[in-house]
Design a protein around this ligand. Structure first.
Ligand SMILES: [Zn+2]
Length: 595
C-alpha cells in the first residue's frame, strides 16, 4: 500500500512549511527529549500532564536512541509500570511532529491497541498544538485503525498478518512484544522493506526465553540501567542481591514477619557498603543518578537494547518488591513457581526460563553394571522383567528393567537400536516374555500395532485421562491404566493399553525422589539417561475458559524425553502386574472397589 497524501488545508500548509523551514535552516531536527519537553502533553494523565525527562529517567536513553536516526532496532524491556505507553506516545508524536514517515503501531490485538489509540493517543495528538494542526479534517481520515495525516499515514493494529502484511513503513512501533505469536516480529521487519532509515521500536515487559521480544532483544547491543553511588561513585546495577533486610525478620519457627521484612529493606552499595534507607527521597535520588551501561551481548549492527529493573522505578517501595520476592521464593520451594515467574517477568523484567522449572533429579547410580546382566542373568528377588520401547522415525529407544515383588526394580540396560529386528533380539537376549515387551504406539501407530500383533507384544499409549474403570464380575476398580483394548489388523489382533500421563509421571517422579521403593540404575548407564529423566516438568496451565489453573506434565523445550517415556511404561506395567503399589497416603486410592 502506498502513502496517499491528502490535500492540506491552510493551517496544515503553514505547519508543514514551518516543518520544512526548520529542517532547511536548522539543518538538524530538534532532539527528541527537547521536543518532547516543549510539546508533549498527556491529557489523560493525573501524575504528569506534560513530559519531563527527570520524572522517569530510565526512559530517556531509549527515546534518544529512537530519535537519533542511527539505530534500526531499539528494544526496551522493562518492568510493569515503567512507562511503556509514555515511550510509545512520545515516539509516535515525535514522528508526527518532527520526523515524518509512514508509521505502524502494533499491539497484542486489534482491540487492545485501538482502545489505547482511542482513549489516549488521539486525545493527545488533538491536545498538542504541534500535532493538532496536522490532524486530518475529514472524519474518514481519522479512524481507530489509521490516521491519514497530510504528510504521512499512521496505522494501528494487532500483531496479526492482517495488520502486518503489505504496508510499507518507515517506523514500526511494537507494544508488549512478549505476547506476539511466533513470526510476527519477522513480519514487522518485512514492513520496513529494508529501508536504510527505518526503525523498529519494541517495548514491553519480559515473557519467556526465546519468545518474540527476547529473540529480538538478544540481537541488540544490550544496556542495563544502574545507579551511581553518591558516596563512592561506583555504578551499580539494580539487583535484588543488593537489597538488604533484617535477618531478625524471620522467626525461630522460620516464618517471616512480613511487616518487619518490608520495613527493613535498604539498598547497599556493593563497593563501599553504604546503605540507603527505603525512602522515596533516596529511591528518587538513586534513580536520578542512573544511567545505562553496555552489558555483555552479541549484537547485530545498528541494534540497541535497554533493560531496567523495577527497583529503579522510584515510586515503587523497595520493601514491597522485597516481600513480593520472598513470598515468591517460598512458594517456589513449596512447588508453586507461578509467583516467582511473575516476579521475574514483571518486576525484574527478565524472560522466564523453562529450565528454572526442570525437576531437581540427581541421578545416582547403584553399584552394579550393565555388563553383569547382559545375558539374561536374574537380579536378587526378581519376579518379572519388562522391555519398553519408544519408536522414533529411524531408531528406537529402549529400557530393560527387572522388578521385585515389592515394586522395587533395577535398570538392566537402556539405549537405542536401529531396526525392528533388534527389538526382537533384545527381547530374547534379556529373556523378556512377549507380553512384557511394550512399544509406545504414539508415533507411527499402525506399524507399531502390526509389529506388536506379529510378535505378541503389547502396544501402549500415554493419555490425558486420569483413570479408567475396570470391571471384574459385578465389581468395578479404578486404575491409572486402561483395560486391554483389542485392535483388529488384517487378520491379526494387537493389544493396546492406555496409561494416564499425569498419574504415571507423578509416580515416576516420586520413585526418583526415593520415597516409594528403590528404583535403581547401573553405574555405566547410557550418558543421556539423566538428561532424558529431567526432560519433563510439571507446569501450571491456565485454562482461559474456566479460569482454573491446573498442573500438567510438559516436555521442556529442546529436551529429548524418550527414555523418560520408556520408564513411564515400566511404571504403568508394574502397576498392571500389581508389583508397584501406590502408597495409601497418595492422593488417589487405587485397587478400591468403587461400589
Ligand atoms: Zn558506594
Amino acid at each position: 500500500m502506498s502513502c496517499v497524501l491528502k490535500r492540506p488545508n491552510r493551517a496544515q500548509r503553514r505547519a508543514l512549511l514551518r516543518h520544512v523551514e526548520a529542517l532547511a535552516t536548522g539543518g538538524v531536527k530538534e532532539e527528541i527529549l527537547d521536543w518532547a519537553e516543549k510539546h508533549v502533553m498527556f491529557p489523560h494523565s493525573d501524575r504528569s500532564p506534560v513530559f519531563r525527562r527527570d520524572l522517569a529517567p530510565w526512559l530517556n536513553e531509549p527515546l534518544r536512541a529512537f530519535g537519533a536516526g542511527k539505530w534500526r532496532v531499539v528494544s526496551m524491556m522493562g518492568p510493569v509500570g515503567f512507562g511503556k505507553s509514555t515511550m510509545i506516545e512520545v515516539a509516535a508524536s515525535y514522528i508526527v511532529g518532527v520526523d515524518s514517515g509512514g508509521t505502524l503501531i502494533v499491539g497484542q490485538s486489534d482491540d487492545d491497541v485501538r482502545a489505547w489509540a482511542d482513549s489516549r493517543f488521539m486525545p493527545m495528538l488533538r491536545a498538542m498544538p504541534a500535532t493538532s494542526v496536522l490532524m486530518p479534517r475529514k472524519r474518514s481520515e481519522v479512524r481507530a485503525a489509521s490516521i491519514l495525516f497530510p504528510h504521512m499515514p499512521l496505522y494501528i493494529g494487532g500483531a496479526n498478518l492482517n495488520t502486518l502484511q503489505s504496508k510499507s513503513m518507515r517506523y514500526v512501533l511494537l507494544d508488549e512484544v512478549w505476547l506476539f505469536k511466533a513470526g510476527m516480529v519477522r513480519e514487522a521487519f518485512g514492513r520496513t522493506h529494508d529501508r536504510g532509515n527505518s526503525v523498529i521500536f519494541a517495548v514491553g515487559q519480559a515473557g519467556i526465553i526465546e519468545d518474540e521480544h527476547d529473540t529480538l532483544h538478544e540481537t541488540t547491543l544490550k544496556h542495563e540501567y544502574g545507579w551511581t553511588c553518591p558516596e563512592c561513585d561506583a555504578w551499580n546495577t539494580y539487583d535484588d542481591e543488593h537489597l538488604k533486610y533484617d535477618l531478625g525478620a524471620r522467626s525461630e519457627e522460620n516464618q517471616w514477619n512480613w511487616t518487619r521484612l518490608y520495613n527493613s529493606a535498604r539498598m547497599r552499595c556493593p563497593k563501599c557498603e553504604t546503605e540507603f534507607a527505603d525512602t522515596q527521597d533516596n529511591r528518587r535520588k538513586l534513580s536520578a543518578s542512573g544511567s545505562y551501561q553496555p552489558v555483555k551481548s552479541n549484537p547485530e549492527p545498528h541494534r540497541i537494547g535497554f533493560h531496567c529493573h523495577a527497583l529503579a522505578i522510584w515510586w515503587v517501595p523497595w520493601g514491597k518488591l522485597l516481600v513480593e520476592r520472598m513470598r515468591a521464593v517460598e512458594a517456589n520451594q513449596a512447588g508453586n513457581s507461578i509467583p516467582l515467574r511473575i516476579y521475574e517477568q514483571k518486576r525484574k523484567a527478565k524472560p522466564w526460563s523453562d529450565d528454572d522449572e526442570s525437576p531437581a533429579i540427581v541421578v545416582q547410580a547403584s553399584g552394579y553394571s550393565v555388563e553383569q546382566y547382559r545375558n539374561g542373568e536374574k537380579i536378587d528377588g526378581e519376579v518379572l522383567r519388562a522391555l519398553t520401547v519408544d519408536k522414533q522415525k529411524d531408531h528406537y529407544w529402549f529400557v530393560v528393567r527387572a522388578h521385585r515383588a515389592d515394586g522395587s526394580s533395577m535398570l538392566l540396560n537402556a539405549g537405542t537400536v536401529r531396526e525392528w529386528s533388534q527389538i526382537i533380539e533384545l527381547q530374547k537376549q534379556y529373556q523378556t516374555p512377549p507380553l512384557c515387551t511394550m512399544i509406545d504406539a504414539g508415533y507411527d501407530t499402525s506399524s507399531v500395532y502390526a509389529f506388536c500383533a506379529k510378535n505378541g507384544y503389547l502396544a501402549m499409549m500415554g493419555d490425558q485421562r486420569k483413570e479408567w474403570v475396570h470391571r471384574q464380575g459385578r465389581q468395578q476398580f479404578r486404575h491409572f491404566y486402561s483395560p486391554m483394548n483389542r485392535v483388529q489388523l488384517s487378520g491379526m489382533r494387537a493389544s493396546v493399553v492406555y496409561w494416564s500421563n499425569d498419574r504415571i509421571k507423578d509416580i515416576l517422579a516420586k520413585l526418583w525422589t526415593g520415597v516409594l521403593v528403590p528404583f535403581e540404575i547401573p553405574r555405566d548407564v547410557v550418558g543421556v539417561y539423566a538428561a532424558h529423566m529431567t526432560s519433563e516438568r510439571k507446569r501450571e496451565v491456565f485454562n482461559r475458559t474456566t479460569g482454573e489453573i491446573t498442573r500438567r506434565w510438559e516436555q521442556i523445550k529442546h529436551r529429548d524425553n524418550h527414555l523418560w517415556d520408556c520408564e513411564c511404561m515400566q511404571v504403568a506395567w508394574s502397576l498392571m502386574m500389581r508389583l508397584l503399589r501406590v502408597e495409601e497416603n497418595d492422593s488417589i486410592q487405587v485397587d478400591t472397589p468403587s461400589e
